[in-house]
Design a protein around this ligand. Structure first.
Ligand SMILES: [Zn+2]
Ligand SMILES: [Zn+2]
Length: 219
């Protein structure tokens, strides 16, 4: 990874352009908006004593837990954007590494990136979530279990209330997930509507436990 990174970034920090032997220099790395420990274990939003928050108690999501590495704010958002839209694939190593520090690969049986539709995958050439997931548990990566059967308008462009409806029926399991403990990987979690829909599809296919592993959490 290091050699690839040096080739791509020419020894300069991706954020400040100062000298760096990795994607980020030590100062920029230290400034990343890492999340503190006291969060709701189910949705990763702030919670006073690290207990399940009122929102999750009121309406239990279909997923059982969420781990997030960063807050979705500068410069975490810039890194996610560059990976997703500008093809800066070396960032998948950095972001996957950050996520690996807050997740436990031995607690899941398989790792499923949020799928893109075949059409969008072909247009973009890569699935950014899969590129991150690859860095977490390569041997547990499962690109076939869950597929996207239809494209949906980007969630960002929709009011919160419409996001759940927007993704309904967008995903399908290709086989049984009976008894499996599954981590679903994505770049950003905002309302959690997409991840909730995937969790519900995986649970319907028999999954025993579904957790979200996301690079960044909108707070
Ligand atoms: Zn820097
Ligand atoms: Zn919660």
């Amino acid at each position: 990874m290091r050699n690839l990174t040096e080739r791509l970034f020419g020894g300069t920090c991706f954020l400040c352009r100062g000298a760096a032997s990795r994607v980020l220099c030590a100062a920029c790395d230290a400034d990343l908006p890492r999340l503190s420990a006291l969060r709701c274990p189910r949705c990763a939003l702030e919670s006073a004593r690290g207990e399940v928050c009122g929102r999750c108690l009121g309406e239990r999501p279909d997923y059982d837990g969420t781990c997030a590495a960063l807050a979705y704010e500068f410069p975490g958002d810039a890194l996610v954007h560059a990976l997703k839209f500008r093809g800066e694939l070396a960032l998948a190593g950095l972001l996957g590494g950050l996520l690996a520090k807050v997740t436990r690969a031995d607690e899941v049986d398989c790792v499923v990136p949020v799928p893109l539709s075949a059409e969008r995958l072909q247009r973009r050439g890569y699935n950014h979530a899969a590129e991150v997931a690859r860095r977490l548990a390569r041997t547990k990566l499962d690109l076939e279990l869950c597929v996207r059967v239809r494209d949906t308008p980007p969630q960002m462009e929709l009011p919160f209330a419409e996001r759940q409806r927007n993704v309904r029926g967008a995903f399908r399991c290709t086989r049984s997930a009976a008894g499996r403990r599954i981590a679903v990987v994505d770049d950003v979690m905002t309302t959690g509507a997409t991840l909730n829909e995937i969790a519900s599809v995986l649970k319907a296919a028999g999954a025993a436990r579904v957790v979200n592993w996301v690079v960044a959490r909108t707070l």
